[in-house]
Design a protein around this ligand. Structure first.
Ligand SMILES: NC(=O)c1ccc[n+]([C@@H]2O[C@H](COP(=O)([O-])OP(=O)(O)OC[C@H]3O[C@@H](n4cnc5c(N)ncnc54)[C@H](OP(=O)(O)O)[C@@H]3O)[C@@H](O)[C@H]2O)c1
Length: 383
């Protein structure tokens, strides 16, 4: 029986992960759950999955949770960022599924890796901000990083049994998001329009990142670290149908692709079942209903965030953490109605310009760069 901890159990990935785990009661059991503010949903999850340890963002939510459970149902309750670490390290073996949003996922990932635990990683911001450090720690501790992002799961699946040094390039597919074709002027798009993703139902932050193409940029950085490929070997291709989840071109020109319906339960299940595959009842591709599969180059003039991410990756050191933190603040400001859509890219570019890169940073330097970038981005969003 595999013990699983889910950080971010009340979110889009967290809920879908619980749906996967619910289907395999003889293979996995939930040992720990962590959420932010949604204590009512966490109460339901505790009643169904009986974790030993849980965490919530604040003490008030933790008190509410305690009041709504009877003593026999009560797990150990933690809160705050220490609570995330406590739950992440509450098992001795098994998998920690990190489905938190943003850099808050970094410290609990590092803590779990230090204990030698495998990480099923949805929280791409962890690798964007601290890819070198996280991958080195995983190697040192003999822990696996199991990709959950559908694109990285696809690449991982294409690479099974292949010689790593024979990869020519990685082809990351992108849906193009809600503004792929129009409107021509993106400065006036509303929050509701930006949240209306054509193919995927996801949390708000990643949905806005998909609309700006920053999500694809973050995925380029994630792929660089996960698969040890240069930025020149990572190509982004817009594929609006989201059926091919990504591809690998080998040095002999042969291309392997992984296909499936856009349903995150599939990559979540693969990360949890790896190296096995388990039968399931998820919907299958109906080839005759698909119509065509199409491919286009991304428009980096309309969507400069993708180019900013490549630039941050090539600059290296603390720059990707700065890109990521500035983007988190800019996206929050956009969602709160404080800035327009195209200000997101301007704020990120402005903060990156002011940053002096620290090369080969340790964790504290990454967290300091993250805090610095948040402050700078806030000033720009308010100004
Ligand atoms: N959704 C997708 O389809 C998808 C696909 C690929 C990759 N990803 C990646 O997966 C990650 C999660 O995305 P998502 O869409 O699932 O996000 P989401 O729906 O916004 O969920 C975020 C989770 O984090 C929790 N959280 C927020 N603040 C917290 C805090 N201070 N302390 C503890 N927990 C906190 C939330 O709890 P509350 O809701 O209780 O506040 C929620 O459980 C992101 O890195 C995203 O890029 C997502």
């Amino acid at each position: 029986m595999r013990e699983i901890v889910i950080l971010g159990s009340t979110g889009s990935i967290g809920r879908q992960a619980l749906d996967v785990i619910r289907r395999f009661p003889d293979k996995m059991r939930i040992a720990g759950l962590a959420a932010g503010r949604n204590w009512p949903l966490l109460v339901e999850q505790i009643r169904e999955f009986h974790p030993r340890a849980v965490a919530l963002a604040g003490e008030e939510e933790a008190r509410e949770l305690e009041h709504h459970l009877v003593p026999g149902e009560l797990p150990e309750i933690f809160c705050g960022s220490e609570g995330l670490v406590a739950v992440a390290t509450s098992i001795d073996s098994g998998v920690v599924l990190n489905a938190l949003t943003g850099t808050m996922g970094l410290v609990p990932t590092v803590a779990a890796l230090q204990k030698g635990l495998d990480i099923a990683l949805a929280n791409k911001e962890t690798l964007v901000a601290a890819g070198e450090l996280v991958m080195a720690l995983a190697r040192e501790k003999g822990a696996k990083i199991l990709p959950v992002d559908s694109e990285h799961s696809a690449i991982w699946q294409c690479l099974v049994g292949q010689p790593q040094n024979r990869v020519g390039k990685i082809i990351l597919t992108a849906s193009g998001g809600p503004f792929h074709k129009e409107p021509a002027d993106l400065s006036r798009v509303t929050v509701a329009q930006a949240l209306a993703h054509p193919n995927w139902r996801m949390g708000k932050k990643i949905t806005i990142d998909s609309a700006t193409l920053m999500n694809k940029g973050l995925e380029v950085l994630e792929a660089h670290w996960l698969f040890a490929v240069d930025y020149d070997q990572i190509e982004v291709v817009v594929h609006p149908q989201s059926i091919i989840h990504s591809m690998v071109e080998f040095v002999d020109g042969s291309v392997m692709a992984q296909l499936g319906l856009p349903d995150m339960r599939l990559p979540i299940q693969y990360a949890l079942s790896y190296p096995d595959r388990w039968p399931n009842e998820l919907p299958r591709v109906n080839w005759f209903a698909l119509g065509g599969l199409t491919f286009e180059p991304p428009d980096t003039e309309r969507f400069p965030c993708l180019a900013l991410a490549y630039a941050a990756g090539r600059a290296g050191g603390t720059m990707p953490a700065v890109l990521n933190a500035a983007n988190e603040i800019a996206v929050e400001a956009f969602l709160a109605g404080g800035i327009g859509f195209t200000r997101i890219q301007q704020i990120v570019a402005g903060v990156m310009e002011e940053h002096e890169v620290v090369s080969r940073p340790v964790l504290e330097e990454i967290l300091a760069a993250d805090q610095w970038a948040r402050q700078k981005a806030l000033e720009k969003a308010r100004g």
